[in-house]
Design a protein. Structure first.
Length: 352
């Protein structure tokens, strides 16, 4: 069974849902010696199966993973979601789209995706937004798949470790995109990543993958110092690579620090806390957006699609971590190799 401890290059490409994590991106990272992840989130089971097949063609025997969203209970009171839908009417008129009614039965095809991953196993499956059921962990193990759980606090780490997972992805508040916190309505833990890693290590001896704002060789070297962490996970760093499925307006915003120089955390696009480049939509709706994932994600989907078609970055969820200014347009394989060379250079001059 695959182990993150055996990676030639201890760099993990984050599973960025919504398009960026293409098979080509995954394969480029794997060629460099790292571990690449496909994102199952928002895909149909059929589309996920196609991406897995394509990734296998590209990576051969190399390891890769698939990330799955764990469905969580929805809020009992949907009135705030309906109020938010009414608030978005002006945005819908601006883009000429209709807003859907919330679908309270949306589980992101949880059961069918698990069936696919058990029938056609991949080396690694990671879970985000909650702890995987113990029975699911056992079934994946029986299929020869290693299991990783995303955690954002020592309490979550202890809970996930008790389920028999093989490693933990410890996600700090600096991370771009959604925080993987188990409780979608709670305010996420804001402990900085270095301290969060130390506190999680006090609760478990499992291998840890550090995630959150990592964008340079020095960042990687810092989290790999000593025996605290087995690998560093980067997402935002890959968004401008040619292999990533990042849209044109999104790429342009990442390359425009004058207009989009700050990140902030918001529920405005999805109902879950997520870090992105600050834009008009975030400014207009962060203060009023309720908890309610995936219902808010459903509501804003046509708005985001229309904004992308119009090339309007102010209507997009421009997910990005605190290290976003370090993004470049170099190839993902080259980027991975360069970052690891830089990290080794720092580690060679820094006591472990």
């Amino acid at each position: 069974m695959f182990s993150v401890l055996r990676l030639p290059v201890p760099i993990v490409q984050a599973p960025m849902a919504g398009g960026p994590a293409t098979p080509e991106l995954v394969a480029a990272v794997v060629r460099a010696g790292g571990l690449g992840f496909l994102a199952a989130g928002y895909l149909s089971p059929g589309a996920l199966g196609e991406r897995i097949a394509r990734t296998r063609e590209l990576v051969g025997p190399g390891p890769f993973g698939v990330n799955v969203f764990v469905p969580r209970p929805l809020p009992e009171d949907l009135a705030p979601v309906h109020r938010y839908r009414a608030e978005l009417a002006a945005d819908a008129e601006r883009y000429g789209v209709a807003l859907p009614e919330p679908d309270v039965h949306d589980t992101d095809h949880w059961e069918r995706k698990l069936e696919l991953l058990l029938a056609d196993p991949v080396p690694v499956v990671s879970f985000t937004f909650g702890p995987p059921p113990a029975a699911t962990v056992a079934a994946l193990h029986a299929a020869g798949t290693a299991v990783v759980a995303t955690v954002t606090s020592p309490r979550e780490a202890a809970e996930a470790a008790g389920l028999g997972v093989d490693a933990l992805c410890v996600q700090g508040p600096e991370a771009g995109g959604h925080r993987g916190c188990f409780d979608p309505e709670a305010d996420p833990d804001d402990t900085p990543l270095p301290l969060l890693l130390a506190r999680v290590r006090e609760r478990t001896g499992l291998p840890l993958i550090a995630a959150g704002g990592l964008a340079t060789g020095a960042d990687i070297a810092a989290v790999l110092r000593g025996d605290t962490t087995a690998a560093a996970q980067l997402g935002t760093a890959y968004l401008r690579t040619p292999e990533a499925g990042t849209g044109a307006a999104y790429r342009a915003a990442l390359a425009d620090p004058g207009t989009f120089g700050r990140t902030t955390v918001t529920r405005a696009f999805s109902g879950r806390p997520a870090r992105g480049l600050r834009n008009r939509f975030i400014d207009d709706h962060t203060a009023t957006a309720p908890a309610g994932y995936p219902l808010l994600h459903q509501l804003t989907k046509p708005l985001r699609a229309a904004a992308a078609a119009a090339g309007d970055p102010h209507g997009l969820s421009l997910w990005a971590g605190t290290g976003h200014r370090h993004t470049t347009g170099e190839g993902a394989e080259e980027l991975t190799r360069r970052l690891w060379r830089e990290a080794e250079g720092v580690r060679g001059t820094t006591p472990s």
